[in-house]
Design a protein around this ligand. Structure first.
Ligand SMILES: Cc1cc2nc3c(=O)[nH]c(=O)nc-3n(C[C@H](O)[C@H](O)[C@H](O)COP(=O)(O)OP(=O)(O)OC[C@H]3O[C@@H](n4cnc5c(N)ncnc54)[C@H](O)[C@@H]3O)c2cc1C
Length: 348
C-alpha cells in the first residue's frame, strides 16, 4: 500500500478540475482500510473515501488530508430460492460491470440502473436512481467501517436514511462510514410495463413486448448513450442540478405565469419541476458555451454542465452562479447542485 503526497485531484473527479491532495492512497481490502485510517488518525488528518469521482467536485484548494480511492473488489451470490438471490458486491467494483454480471446471470432489479458511472460504494450514498428504479428498492444492507465506534458494522436498508437522491451517508452521517460492501436482493422475475416514459417509448417504437433484464439493460444503455456524454470523453458530472421540489402554492403561482411548465406530483402538496426546462427558459439553451469560463451545457441535455476548456474550479463556480442567478431572476427558484463539492475544514 502506497501513500502518495501532493497528488493532482483532476483525474479523481469526472469534471477534471481541482487542486492537489496532500495525501492519496488506493485501498484494496478491509485490512488496508483499517491501516490507512489508523495512519490518518495518528496524523489527525481529515479523510475522505471516493470511488470514481463521478459525483464529486474538488475546489482549487484541493484536499488538505487523505483521499482514499476505493478499489475493494468482490462479487458473491447466495441463492434464497429458485427465483431470488442475495448478491454482495465489493464497494470498489465498477458499478456498470456489476450490473452487467447480474443481468448475465438472468437477475432483475438493477437493469434500469445500467450505465451509471462510478463504483458500487457510491450508489447508496446518493441512492442512485434512473428510469423509475432506485438502489434503495433492492438494497438489503451495507457493510461499512464506522469511524465513530472503530469497527465494521452492517447497516440494514431501513437504517440508511434513503430519500430522493440522498441517504444518511450524504447528510447526518457524512464521512462517518467507509462503505466496504453492498448487498442487494434480486429476482428472476421480469419487469412488466408500464415503464418510465422514455423507456416505454423506446419499447413502443421498436414493438418490443419482452422485458428480460438483458433487453431492458440494452434499452437503458441505448437511451443513455444517445443523451448523455461519456465522462471519459467529455468532462462532466451527469445532472449538475437537482430537479427542484416546490409546495403547491409556489407551483400554482408559477403555473399562472408559465402555463406550460413541466411538473410531476411527488406527494400531497409537493411538485417536482424540471431543472433542465428552467435553465433553458432562463437563456441557457442546450449546447450553450460560455466563453468566459470554458464551461458549457451538453448539446442534448441542458442539465449536464460540461467542462470544455475551463482552467480552474473557479470557472465552474462562476458558470454555476450565472445559471443559478438567471433561474432565480426569472422563476424565483434557487437551483441546488447535485454533485458534492468536497471542501477542507479550513475552507469553511
Ligand atoms: C454521465 C453521468 C451520468 C450519471 N447518471 C446518474 C444517474 O442516472 N443517476 C444517479 O443517481 N446518478 C448519476 N450520476 C452520478 C454518479 O454516477 C453516481 O452518484 C455514482 O454512484 C457515484 O459513484 P462514484 O464511485 O463515482 O462516487 P464518487 O463521486 O467518488 O463519490 C460520491 C460521494 O460518495 C462518497 N463515497 C463514494 N464511495 C464511498 C465509500 N465506499 N464509502 C463512503 N463514501 C463513499 C464520496 O465521499 C462522495 O461523498 C451520473 C454521473 C455522470 C458523470
Amino acid at each position: 500500500m502506497q501513500i502518495q503526497e501532493n497528488v493532482s485531484l483532476k483525474p479523481y473527479s469526472t469534471m477534471r478540475l481541482g487542486g492537489n491532495a496532500k495525501y492519496l492512497a488506493e485501498v484494496h481490502n478491509k485490512n488496508e482500510l483499517i491501516e490507512l485510517l489508523q495512519w490518518s488518525n495518528g496524523m489527525q488528518l481529515p479523510t475522505v473515501m471516493i470511488g470514481e469521482g463521478s459525483n464529486i467536485i474538488w475546489t482549487d484548494n484541493g484536499y488538505s488530508g487523505l483521499v482514499i480511492v476505493n478499489k475493494i473488489s468482490g462479487f458473491e451470490v447466495e441463492r434464497i430460492d429458485t427465483k431470488q438471490a442475495k448478491f454482495t458486491f465489493g464497494s470498489g467494483e465498477p458499478w456498470d460491470k456489476t450490473v452487467q454480471r447480474t443481468v448475465e446471470l438472468g437477475y432483475s432489479g438493477l437493469e434500469q440502473l445500467s450505465y451509471i458511472p462510478g463504483t458500487v460504494g457510491g450508489t447508496p450514498v446518493q441512492n442512485v436512481g434512473a428510469y423509475g428504479q432506485e438502489i434503495s428498492n433492492v438494497l438489503v444492507e451495507v457493510e461499512a467501517y464506522d469511524s465513530q465506534t472503530d469497527q465494521f458494522v452492517i447497516i440494514p436498508s431501513e437504517q440508511c436514511g434513503f430519500g430522493y437522491r440522498t441517504s444518511r451517508f450524504k447528510t447526518n452521517d457524512k464521512r462517518r462510514f467507509f462503505i466496504t460492501a453492498v448487498s442487494v436482493k434480486l429476482t428472476k422475475q421480469h419487469l412488466q410495463p408500464p415503464f418510465y416514459t422514455t423507456l416505454q417509448q423506446y419499447f413502443n417504437d421498436r414493438n418490443i413486448h419482452e422485458y428480460s433484464p438483458a433487453i431492458v439493460r440494452q434499452a437503458v444503455i441505448d437511451i443513455r448513450t444517445s443523451k448523455l456524454p461519456d465522462p471519459n470523453e467529455k468532462a462532466n458530472n451527469g445532472s449538475f442540478f437537482s430537479n427542484p421540489i416546490v409546495s403547491d402554492s409556489v407551483f400554482e403561482k408559477l403555473n399562472q405565469q408559465f402555463r406550460d411548465i413541466p411538473h410531476w406530483i411527488v406527494s400531497k402538496n409537493k411538485y417536482k419541476l424540471s431543472a433542465a426546462w428552467l435553465i433553458e427558459q432562463s437563456g441557457f439553451s442546450k449546447g450553450f458555451q460560455d466563453i468566459d469560463t470554458g464551461m458549457g451545457l451538453w448539446p442534448k441535455q441542458a442539465l449536464v454542465v460540461v467542462n470544455n476548456s475551463a482552467k480552474s474550479a473557479k470557472d465552474l463556480q462562476s458558470f454555476k452562479d450565472k445559471i443559478i442567478k438567471a433561474v432565480e431572476t426569472k422563476f424565483d427558484i434557487t437551483l441546488e447542485q447535485e454533485p458534492e463539492t468536497i471542501t477542507n475544514p479550513s475552507d469553511n
